[in-house]
Ligand binder design. Sequence first.
Ligand code: MN
Ligand code: MN
Length: 417
Amino acid sequence: MNPLSRRGLLGATAAGTVAAAAAKAQAQSFGNPDLPPQGAINATNPQSIVDPGPQNPALASQFPSATSPPATDVGGMQMPWSSFNNAPRRIQNGGWARQVTQADFAISEEISGVDMRLTAGGIREMHWHLAAEWGYMSYGNCRVTVLDEQGRAYVSDVKEGDIWYFPSGLPHSLQGLGPSGCEFILCFDDGKASEFNTLLLTDWVAHTPPEILALNFGVPADAFSKIPLHNLWIFQGQLPGSLEAARAAATGAAGAPPYPFTFSLGSMKPVRQTKGGEVRIADSNNFNVSKTIAAAQVIVHPGGMRELHWHPNADEWQYWIKGKGRMGVFNTGPGAVTMDFNPGDIGYVKRSHGHYILNTGDTDLMFLEVFRSSYFADVSLSDWLTHTPPEMVAQTLNVDPAVIAKFPNNKPEIMPE
Ligand code: MN
Ligand code: MN
């Protein structure tokens, strides 16, 4: 238990020589403002805490904050946790994908997520779709191709930590490269969008009369006698040649697009770095094409915390990459829920709901914050409280102005500063 948490302070109080009644009174006024008091700290009958019914200890052990919520949790909040770890995988020769859409995760209205693996040479079939697509490479190497509406071809290779953005409707393909293919996350800017419902090249060609294909492409109809009659979606292909050769072959008279459709998020200089961690941000300010998705890659060192904050412009969809952590979310009501996350998990916070993320492990925690917006924006609680007249804050919270003067006043993003 973090010794600085209120629960920790309460626990220490209860474990000391202070009378139980006094501890209870303090719990009600300090650690648990709502009646009746909640949390294990307030359960004087130990039988209140045990779980005698059916259990799955392996699963329960992953969720200490759900099993024993802080006494400050209250109300009924929507589930902020989901995961790719137990999402069914659609496996084909060449790779697989699994997804978590709003159909599976009710709160995720603005973003749906896909986790995809392509072997070396494995191809995600040429396709397009209604939603815009944002990708993050979590492993290996991949070649992406996309054509814009002015006929300008883009071909690029991406590595771990790189991202791409394909605007709504633009056709694209993905292929795993050597030595061992790739894995990546896709975010669609629509919680209902599905990876298994995209417009596939093979489907269209197979469902167009051969004489129409002949007229369209200016070749004899029998040129299409061997086309696949069923779509491929993911299939094993041959490793492609050099990037230079691929670019030269794809680029026509229209030339290359003015802005790249890929960006190196993981290897850019942090926009904020403190003792507690690092933040990297890619939105339309530095990744020009990304008009509907903004994202931050956050690293929180052991003992550090992504500070209490909220986002005024969009819901936050999270992908947890490394390490482990705990998120607390606050809403009007009041409502407060605390949940634990591990690699491969997905978090979701509604627009303007307050939240923090604590590194609960002994290694660096890394996660993504993804927003359906052209720009990243957040409001820091400590920034607000230090840039409001101190008398206002002091009277509201009944905290001495001298204490408020010690709060961070330069929006640390990750604590400690
Ligand atoms: Mn796509
Ligand atoms: Mn956030």
